[in-house]
Design a protein around this ligand. Structure first.
Ligand SMILES: [Zn+2]
Length: 222
């Protein structure tokens, strides 16, 4: 796990700010910083154990402006969720990811956007987000994949953890000439994850920098 450079006071201050802006009272959400490799979400609001939780990815909190924007969006989800009745909450308990952006969400987003500027709370991440770089190492297997009679391409798979099942996959690939290495390079996180019983892998675009980088690594096995 990476050390998380978040200032708790800053988060508490921002939660208070948006509680006030949205006219909310009460204890507010539980805020949790997560460090999930390869996740597509930066923030999400969920319901568990009788409380509403806001989870934020560690890479979204290294820049205060980005942190505030992600939190503002999630606080709108929080406000939206706070208005649900018991039945709706029960439905939410059965696993939600990002709660929907419905009419009520946009009504509440408008309250924030009147104060913070048009589009401050939008549908999802915007290009102004500055994300910290991943610093958490993970495992990557580089491999040559036969795609035709005499044609090979370079591919990879990754895993956050080594378990006996993952090790079995790795051993099988290494026996065929693949190379296992550790990396923090986010380019690999966009590829296929190693999972028990799954044998998918991602192929590099031909002529790409990624392909050249993996070629270098594969040469170490020859
Ligand atoms: Zn959302």
């Amino acid at each position: 796990m990476t050390a998380t450079p978040v200032d708790p006071e800053l988060v508490v201050g921002l939660i208070d700010k948006y509680m006030r802006m949205l006219g909310l009272h009460g204890e507010g959400p539980v805020v949790e910083v997560r460090d999930n490799l390869g996740s597509r979400w930066l923030g999400r609001t969920t319901y568990k154990g009788g409380r509403i939780w806001i989870e934020i990815q560690a890479r979204a909190i290294s820049n205060p402006a980005t942190l505030e924007k992600v939190l503002a969006h999630e606080m709108v989800h929080y406000a939206d969720m706070s208005t649900l009745d018991g039945n709706q909450i029960t439905l939410l308990k059965f696993g939600i990811g990002d709660f929907e952006h419905g009419a009520k969400f946009w009504e509440l987003a408008e309250i924030v956007n009147r104060e913070m500027g048009d589009g401050y709370v939008g549908e999802k991440s915007d290009p102004s987000y500055e994300l910290g770089e991943n610093t958490r190492p993970f495992f990557v297997v580089a491999e040559r994949v036969q795609v035709g009679r005499d044609r090979y391409r370079v591919g990879w798979r990754w895993s956050a953890k080594r378990t006996p099942a993952i090790d079995a996959i790795i051993d099988e690939l290494v026996a065929k000439g693949a190379v296992l290495f550790e990396s923090t390079d986010e380019r690999f996180l966009g590829g296929t994850k190693m999972r028990k019983g799954e044998y998918g892998r991602s192929l590099c675009r031909e002529g790409s920098k990624l392909e050249a980088d993996l070629e270098e690594i594969l040469k170490t096995a020859e």
